[in-house]
Design a protein around this ligand. Structure first.
Ligand code: ATP
Length: 258
């Protein structure tokens, strides 16, 4: 008997074809990998290789081609895409007329979850992202990094099983981005969520991911699924280590950049 727990997400031969100007266009082909519950997986690859397409398939926003297997959750604990997914994008997309706390509460409000518990949870999350002093501020009063922290708190407020992040730090300056990477790992450890994060940054993927899935363009396909065996306590010094450099070089090589 197989005693190993079934993965939380199972992808087999996932492909997506779009029709453009009357012709078929392959945006993603043959993505096959598993994600365990609580794992942090990064998807890395050049522009147009199908990263966001894969994220949209995981979010249940886009159907994959026939023949693809996308299985999330289990029959005993079925996955409900609208309810169980939290999303953070490159732009924080906060509502400018709502205060920080009210922005964080929004997904739970839309889902009709109880307000009192939601407010408490939103406060806990603002504390987790280091913004408990800012709950009554408006988005324009916050820096870009602070706004992105609000967006991360918002993605967690309805207690989703899966958090999908599409270049969440792409709009931030390099130093804030590095700081947010460390913060995100801390938030992930505390929240125990399964996170799938899309990035163009090879260093960012190696630093954050327990695994890095490499996608290539022209044609779009999955090139590798690499376990990152670096110490669990990831500090910025790690980025100068030999092991970190070796993982990064391997991914640059897969992307034809070395
Ligand atoms: N709805 C759609 N209809 C037609 N083509 C699409 C659609 N969505 C995406 N594409 C195309 O599929 C390809 C993959 O797009 P996708 O956004 O997944 O790439 P990406 O790797 O996330 O790129 P980037 O890093 O630039 O965001 C692109 O060529 C894109 O133009």
């Amino acid at each position: 008997m197989n005693t190993e727990a079934a993965p939380f997400i199972r992808l087999r031969n996932v492909a997506k074809t779009f029709t453009r100007d009357g012709a078929e266009f392959q945006a993603l082909s043959d993505a096959s990998f598993d994600i365990r519950a609580g794992e942090f997986v990064c998807l890395v690859g050049p522009s147009g290789c199908g990263k966001s397409t894969l994220l949209r398939i995981l979010a249940g926003l886009l159907p994959a081609n026939a023949g693809s297997t996308v299985s999330i959750g289990s029959p005993a604990d079925p996955f409900r895409p609208g309810r169980d997914v939290g999303i953070a994008f490159q732009q924080p997309l906060l509502l400018k007329w709502r205060r920080v706390l009210e922005n964080v509460m929004l997904p739970a409000e839309i889902l009709g979850l109880p307000m009192r518990e939601t407010r408490e949870r939103a406060r806990d999350l603002l504390n987790l992202v280091g913004l408990s002093q800012a709950e009554r501020k408006y988005p324009y009063e916050l820096s870009g990094g602070m706004q992105q922290r609000v967006a991360i708190a918002r993605s967690l407020v309805h207690d989703p099983k899966l958090v999908l992040m599409d270049e969440p730090f792409g709009a931030l300056d390099a130093l804030t981005r590095e700081r947010m990477n460390v913060e995100l790992l801390r938030i992930w450890e505390k929240s125990g969520k399964t996170i799938v994060l899309v990035t163009h940054g090879i260093g960012e993927a190696v630093f954050l991911g327990q695994r890095v899935v490499v996608l290539t363009a022209g044609p779009a396909r999955m090139a590798a699924d690499i376990p990152i065996e670096l110490p669990p306590q990831r500090t910025l010094e790690l980025k100068t280590s030999e092991a970190f450099g070796a993982y990064s070089r391997r991914i640059y090589g897969l992307l034809g950049m070395s």
